[in-house]
Write a protein that binds this ligand. Sequence first.
Ligand code: ADP
Ligand code: MG
Length: 327
Amino acid sequence: MIEVSSLSKRYGNFLAVDDVSFSIKKGEVVGFLGPNGAGKSTIMNIVTGYLSLTQGTVTVDGYDILEEPEQAKRRIGYLPEIPPLYTDMTVYEYLAFVYDLKKVKFPKKPHIDEILRLVKIDNVKDKLISKLSKGYRQRVGIAQALVGNPDVLILDEPTVGLDPKQIIEIRNLIARLGQNHTVIVSSHILSEIQAVCERVIIINHGKIVADSTPDELSRELSNDHSVVLRVAGTEDELTKILSNVKGVQSVNCLGQKESGTLDFVVTPKAGADIRREISERLASRNKYVVMLASNQLSLEQVFMRLTYEADAAAIAAAAKNGKAGEK
Ligand code: ADP
Ligand code: MG
């Protein structure tokens, strides 16, 4: 349904999207997950035809977004990060306005009434949008995306700024819409995506760093054999010793957590169990190992690791606390 191939986007000299490819089948509900600034909105704006691309191709149901933009765009309903609501219109007036704008062919009133019911805003249809709560406004935003009954819905951070009750309502609504639509929904919060999506595309610094089901991601984490270490010594000598251990892929120093010691995360090559080698090597160099533990990651932490690789301290803190990490 959507094919994105080698997509790149530059803002001036800044490469915001870097050679991204993915394809989304009809009926899939896919989450774009990534921290702020990852490039989610940029990709969505390009796929929906609102932003030009620097390189690559995007097709929607076979229609190239640059060559046949009208055909492509007709198949997509878009809720941008900042929904284009006209707050001095009533809900019904606004949806009628969007209907005219999109040149929809279905009979007008039944079509709008159906959307009002589906999104559960029929009770506020004669209210001014300016008088609505944030949760209701967001539903109006989703309603405008549904006008014309497009196959694909692209929703950019639809739960941002909502309270927990509203978040659950929007989440349920997305799950419901997913039964009849191809949906792409973005978020920087894993649990948001996990709750509604059968597939997660994790984006960081403009690149796709993972594309899999939430289950597969969980499985990946159970195969994680990286080791968290607390050892007495200097960073240089310890990094050198650890890097030379057979089977070690990478060594990250996380700094001092306890006086006179340093913390490290040591990642093995695929699947290797490096704990024995590490403890023996450090012992043979007379290094005092205060702690050595398997780095058991939660799904939240897998996300953290994929997206905050550079900020290893956050992962270590999370692993240490044995709970979801925070930025
Ligand atoms: P996300 O939606 O994942 O938070 P965005 O796609 O909004 O990320 O932004 C990706 C990167 O591109 C960010 O570093 C952002 O600062 C930059 N960016 C976004 N829009 C513009 C723009 N119009 N001009 C310059 N840089 C931009
Ligand atoms: Mg964004």
